[in-house]
Ligand binder design. Structure first.
Ligand code: SAH
Length: 340
C-alpha cells in the first residue's frame, strides 16, 4: 500500500475532488499529519467517516522502523529499516542556529565515487517521497524538537530520484506541512546536468550544492565517474546559467584527500575554475572510512589550501566536523550493519 506521506497537497486535493469530496480536506488532513502528528485515521475528527474509509484503503499512515541510533553530544545517527528490509541513514546535527538533518534519497547509489562509502552498494531503488518525509518526522519525534534545516546529502544521488525529491521538498516546505523554509533546504548533487537545468525552473528557493572534489577533468573523472558524462566545462557553464537565472549562490563541496586533490596546484586550479561565480567553497575534511584507501588531508595542508583560495578571493569555509566518532560519513552505518 502507498503511504499518505507520498502525497503533496495538490495530489491530495485531486484525490478528494476525484472522490466527489471537498478540496479543503487536503488542508485538514495535512494539519492532522504534520501538525498534530496523528498515527491513525481514527484520530481525525473533522473529515467524514465515509471519506476516511475510502482513503485508508489506499494510503497508510505508516512509520519507518528505527533499527539503531548512535548518539553523541551534538550529533545523532539513525539507521532506518524500510518495509522491504533495506537500510538507509539520516544524521541529525545540533548547530547554534538550530537542528539540521541530513537525509538519504536512495537505497545504494550508482554514481560510483571512489571515496564514498555509499557507492560501494549499487542502487537498489529510489526512496519514495514518504520514506524521505518520515526520516524527518521520526527524528523530530525522537528528539522532541523541531528541525529547522534539511540537507539531502545522505545515501543516494537526489537528482537520480528527481521527481520524488521535488515532491518531498514541496511537502516539507508547505505551510501546513513541516514548514521548513526553502532557504533552509539544500540539495547536493554530483552534477547531473539535465536535472540542474530542470531544477532552475523549480519554483522554490532551495539551495544547490555541487560535489566538485577536483579542479581538473582528469582527476575528477578518476574520482567521480559521472565527470565522464558531464565534464567540468559543461558543469561550470550550466551552473553559471543556474546562478544567472535564479540569482542564488551555490555551494561547491570539496573533500580534501591526502596527496590526491589537496596540493597547492589544485587550490590554484580550483580558484581559476570558479573565479567570479556567485559561489562559495565548503572544504570538507575527509571522514576516513577505512575501506577505500583514501585518507584525510593533514591539518596544515587544509589550512594551506584554504589560504590559497582566500588569497584568490574565493569565498571559502571549512566544514565543522560532526560524527567522525560515530561513523557518520555517508553510508558508514549501513556498511557496518551489513558487514560490508
Ligand atoms: N550524491 C550527492 C549527495 C550525497 S553525497 C552528491 O554527490 O552530492 C554528500 C556529500 O558527502 C558529497 O559531497 C560526498 O562527496 C561527501 N562524502 C562522501 N563520503 C565522504 C566521506 N567519507 N567524508 C566526507 N565527505 C564525504
Amino acid at each position: 500500500m502507498d503511504s499518505i506521506y507520498d502525497l503533496d497537497i495538490e495530489k491530495m486535493e485531486e484525490y478528494f475532488l476525484s472522490h466527489n469530496d471537498k478540496k479543503f480536506h487536503a488542508d485538514q488532513l495535512f494539519s492532522w499529519l504534520y501538525d498534530k502528528r496523528i498515527e491513525s485515521y481514527g484520530e481525525i475528527s473533522n473529515i467524514r467517516k465515509e471519506t476516511l474509509n475510502i482513503i485508508q484503503k489506499e494510503y497508510s499512515i505508516n512509520r519507518l522502523k528505527i533499527e539503531k541510533v548512535e548518539r553523541d553530544t551534538d550529533v545523532n545517527k539513525y539507521l532506518f529499516k524500510l518495509q522491504d528490509g533495506e537500510y538507509i541513514e539520516a544524521v541529525l546535527m545540533r548547530h547554534d542556529y538550530g537542528n539540521s538533518i541530513c537525509i538519504s534519497s536512495q537505497v545504494g547509489c550508482n554514481m560510483g565515487c571512489r571515496f564514498c562509502e555509499s557507492g560501494r552498494r549499487k542502487k537498489v531503488r529510489n526512496l519514495n517521497t514518504s520514506e524521505m518525509v518520515l526520516q524527518i518526522l521520526q527524528v523530530e519525534q525522537d528528539i522532541k524538537t523541531r528541525i529547522s534545516h534539511v540537507v539531502v546529502m545522505g545515501i543516494g544521488e537526489p537528482f537520480d530520484n528527481y521527481f520524488n525529491v521535488m515532491t518531498f521538498i514541496k511537502i516539507i516546505n508547505h505551510p501546513k506541512g513541516l514548514q521548513i523554509g526553502s532557504r533552509h533546504i539544500t540539495v547536493s548533487t554530483c552534477g547531473i546536468l539535465p536535472k540542474i537545468e530542470e531544477f532552475m525552473n523549480f519554483p522554490y528557493q532551495v539551495n544547490l550544492a555541487i560535489s566538485l572534489h577536483a579542479p581538473t577533468d582528469q582527476l575528477r573523472t578518476h574520482l567521480m565517474p559521472i565527470n565522464k558524462v558531464y565534464p567540468l566545462s559543461d558543469l561550470i557553464s550550466v551552473l553559471k546559467k543556474y546562478i544567472e537565472k535564479t540569482n542564488r549562490r551555490i555551494t561547491f563541496e570539496y573533500i580534501l584527500l591526502d596527496g590526491i586533490n589537496d596540493q597547492e596546484f589544485h587550490a590554484k586550479k580550483l580558484s581559476e575554475l570558479i573565479k567570479g561565480m556567485n559561489a562559495y567553497v565548503n572544504l570538507i575534511p575527509y571522514n576516513n572510512t577505512g575501506n577505500l584507501g583514501f585518507n584525510r588531508s593533514k591539518t596544515i595542508q587544509i589550512m594551506k589550501f584554504y589560504d590559497i583560495l582566500k588569497k584568490n578571493k574565493i569565498n571559502v569555509t571549512i566544514r565543522r566536523e560532526f560524527g567522525s566518532k560515530i561513523s557518520a560519513a555517508c553510508g558508514q552505518l549501513r556498511s557496518k550493519e551489513e558487514n560490508l
